[in-house]
Design a protein around this ligand. Sequence first.
Ligand SMILES: NC(=O)c1ccc[n+]([C@@H]2O[C@H](COP(=O)([O-])OP(=O)(O)OC[C@H]3O[C@@H](n4cnc5c(N)ncnc54)[C@H](O)[C@@H]3O)[C@@H](O)[C@H]2O)c1
Length: 357
Amino acid sequence: MKKIRVGIIGVGNCFAGLIQGIEYYRKNKNKKPIGLMHPKMGSYDFKDIEFVSAFDVGANKIGKSLDKAVYAFPNLVNWVKIPKSKVVVTESPVLDGVGIYVENKIKPLKNPTPLEKLRKEIEKELKRIKTEVLVNYLPVGSQKATEFWAEMALKNKIGFVNCLPVFIASKQEWAEKFKKARVPIVGDDIKGQVGATIVHRVLARLCDDRGTSIDKTYQINVGGNTDFLNMLERTRLESKKISKTQAVTSQITKDMNAEKVYIGPSDFIPFLGNTKLAFIRIEGRMFADVPFSIELRLDVDDKANSAGVVIDAVRCAKIALDRKQGGYLEVSSYFMKHPLVQKTDSEARKAVEEFIK
Ligand SMILES: NC(=O)c1ccc[n+]([C@@H]2O[C@H](COP(=O)([O-])OP(=O)(O)OC[C@H]3O[C@@H](n4cnc5c(N)ncnc54)[C@H](O)[C@@H]3O)[C@@H](O)[C@H]2O)c1
């Protein structure tokens, strides 16, 4: 069986969820796997995903083997123990990766390697280890760091899965670069398995399809991990708000007054840990202008939610590599909040099935 050689940028909670989730299924191989959209995708089982390289800036993660680094502070996921790993976390350039609210939790090396030297070392490492797909799990607001890694993927012909809302796959000029280099890209900003975005999108679409008018809507999200802590820094948040808002408004055919839509990560509640709560409200009018409203509370593990989708996005990137298909992958409309092209989720799902075929 062919394996998928994956490199990780940011050994944080999302990655801890992905690797521990895969290990959970391995440990329970006699049980029917629950919670997967595709146990198999083309010829790839989800267990064919192998983590071969990992990059971070935390001094307490660099130099540690993956089986230790995934549990290192401030990571919170602790579902199962993963076996000993030969992969050692390597230094990544900090650039704009660490925001002001997380800087007392994520402490970079006191003497970091100069950027140009590090660039060469990373390239050497990626080649030596034959990384095929890079998964970008950098914190929200890491524009420069994401561009550094997108360039790295282009130059070294490595598929790129962009899990955060720095717009690369959804920006025409970047999508062109990936097409020209024949490198597949899936992005941007992972859409959780049953997260606030997909639930809100589907409800908005339902109201629209059924002929009602949505007059006002909000989505408030709170959580207690470093992702939510980092997002307290409003200047890092601009693209996250755009991504989350467009994901929903793209499903409503009637023009909505921008002032009547509020969608955003809204606060950090430390004791919630990786539990994410979303509060969604839709107010509208139905037949004969009669008002209605929907009020919903979602309670979900933020990291299971992301891993349940990344596990498919990675395999699509690998399938594209096998087919020598570069550029923006249409499956992004299903897996990501901010793809190049927004579709309804049922259309996007069909596109995934077509792609696999
Ligand atoms: N459901 C979800 O969890 C979800 C959904 C959509 C998007 N995302 C996005 O995925 C990303 C990852 O989320 P997370 O919960 O793992 O965050 P996290 O804070 O737990 O992990 C981020 C990791 O990146 C590291 N890092 C910081 N700067 C770096 C740099 N320059 N180079 C390499 N590593 C660096 C940190 O040390 C940390 O280990 C975030 O941007 C988040 O918004 C998550």
